[in-house]
Design a protein. Structure first.
Length: 217
């Protein structure tokens, strides 16, 4: 009962925080369209940075959880916060590998020269084997997930989702600013909770922004 009450209060707090963070000019009530905890993500086909063969989300989740990270892509310049976020995720590559998780980085923007802008963003970054970098020309994915930040010099709301092997959302953080993104430690904690639930007699409480991981026994 205590765990359930805590989860309800945490979920209420998460909604309140998200409402408070919506900036002037953001589309009214847009957060209601976002993927929510326990929703199943559409089986999208991503455009890889190299090659023409699309990568289906289901082909990534079939082997384990996926951390889906939506960057700002190219809003007319390379986002330094996105680059730092990617670097922090790479630093924890061993944790993601240990937990059997793939990290998918989505780079949205206008289709013209987006692949070249993405390569410029990556610079000399060495992506670990468990990382997948994809581009989102003309916001096809971003629009499908209702994450389009349709303002001048904007692209997408920076977001992080953790999906299980059935593409069910177990964790999410959606930022209505350039910062305030999911902390890598929180993402790993969510993955560890999922792993513990899969290997023990517990069931995880799905994690929304502002919640605390809890196991129901």
């Amino acid at each position: 009962m205590v765990c359930r009450r805590s989860a309800v209060l945490a979920a209420w707090f998460a909604v309140a925080v998200m409402a408070w963070c919506v900036p002037a000019g953001a589309q009214q009530d847009k957060e209601l369209d976002f993927l929510k905890i326990s929703d199943t993500a559409p089986d999208v086909a991503f455009q890889p940075l190299e090659g023409d063969e699309k990568i289906k989300l289901s082909s990534l989740t079939e082997s384990g959880p996926v951390v889906l990270v939506v960057l700002r892509g190219f809003p007319g310049y390379q986002c330094p916060i996105c680059f730092r976020q990617m670097g922090d995720l790479i630093k924890h590559a061993e944790d993601f590998q240990r937990l059997g998780a793939k990290v998918v980085l989505v780079y949205p923007g206008p289709a013209a020269d987006l692949d070249e802008k993405a390569k410029e963003f990556l610079r000399d970054a060495q992506l670990p084997e468990s990382f997948v970098f994809v581009i989102d020309p003309d916001y096809a994915f971003t629009n499908l997930f209702h994450l389009r930040w349709d303002e001048p010099r904007e692209t997408a709301y920076p977001s992080t989702f953790v999906l299980d092997s059935e593409r069910v959302v177990k964790f999410r953080t959606i930022s209505f600013s350039h910062g305030d993104r999911a902390k890598t430690d929180d993402v790993i904690e969510a993955l560890e909770l999922m792993h513990a639930a899969a290997t023990a007699t517990g069931q995880e409480i799905p994690l929304d922004r502002g919640t605390t991981p809890v196991l129901n026994r």
